[in-house]
Design a protein around this ligand. Sequence first.
Ligand SMILES: NC(=O)c1ccc[n+]([C@@H]2O[C@H](COP(=O)([O-])OP(=O)(O)OC[C@H]3O[C@@H](n4cnc5c(N)ncnc54)[C@H](O)[C@@H]3O)[C@@H](O)[C@H]2O)c1
Length: 358
Amino acid sequence: MSAWFDIQSSSGSYSVEIAGGAFRAWTAGFAQAAVLSDAFFRPLLADMRVEATFLEAVETNKSLEATPAFIEGMRRRGVTRGSQLVAIGGGITQDVSAFIASVYMRGLRWTYVPTTVLAMVDSCIGGKSSINVGAYKNLVGTFHPPERVLIDPEFVKTLPADQQASGLIEAVKICFCRGAESFETHMSYGPAVHMPLPQLEGLIVNSLRAKKWFIEIDEFDKKERLLLNFGHTFGHAIEGASHFAIAHGIGVGLGIECAIAFQQMRGVDYAKAPHVAQLSEHLRAMVRTDPSVAATLRTLDLADVMERFVSDKKHGQDFYALILIERDGTVTLQKLPRTSETLRLVEAAVQRVIGEFA
Ligand SMILES: NC(=O)c1ccc[n+]([C@@H]2O[C@H](COP(=O)([O-])OP(=O)(O)OC[C@H]3O[C@@H](n4cnc5c(N)ncnc54)[C@H](O)[C@@H]3O)[C@@H](O)[C@H]2O)c1
């Protein structure tokens, strides 16, 4: 099975191709390109005789401080405005490459080969780059979509279980935000770590089709696309307070659980939205695939989580911006008063979820 579709963006349309086992054939087209790859693939690329610059996929390399070394390296190797950049790796490699591609000599064409579930189902489309500055995650960034996205689901075979779960959580989040049909299709593939590759391929296509709707209707995060931050305000706070011991997607899963708990504490009853219980049950299973989460949560400093929640960049001066599930199961952005009562409920919801998983 293989699939192919286009994404429309203000800088032109770009293509997404999904084909199991196609990576080796694709590398034939990389001969003239500057390849920037996750260091994990050094042996594979050496075996395929693909020359590349390697980066360790760690958050400190996805930073404003680390990018000059990569940029200087490209300049030394003679990369020019006409060159093509090829990025191979997960979201960290993507963010670094997209950022460099958008600023190097005022912009390079680039191709992206995502290698994690998260990058395949979510981040590979949408055109965003996000770069850390000092202690601040994703503080600066650009919009600069790749020209081509080439997805070979076989890369997932070597991906650790917690990383797979992390990506599957992002996928279910996108599909749930898109609506009941997309969510049901997602669940019909039996999302689970180490799932069969043909089902994973279908799941990737479904997730990207759902995300395509959001990014084409609202490319620059003004309205509909903001919903894809579902679970992120709570999730980033938990992920940050764990000093990134909790993977991003797992943090988002815990964040969605917090958003559900928060609504229930405000008296929202989901009896008429059975998908919410199904989502919650699935998230619990996904989060629990990472055996280290419980121990990390037991050491989490609640005050630190709350501090990070309060300083989230999406809040306004007099409101907390939260993506929440309504009584009927639809996902909406709500602006809640910046009061101690709202914070009390936020803290109670976080405490409940930490208690359940710790
Ligand atoms: N730009 C966007 O739109 C966007 C969206 C979501 C997340 N992100 C960012 O993405 C980052 C997380 O990315 P991620 O979860 O895709 O992974 P990652 O790039 O952080 O990689 C995670 C780990 O998996 C390894 N790895 C990658 N592919 C592998 C494979 N096939 N087999 C074995 N190991 C492999 C890496 O070496 C690394 O150790 C975060 O920094 C997040 O902020 C960006």
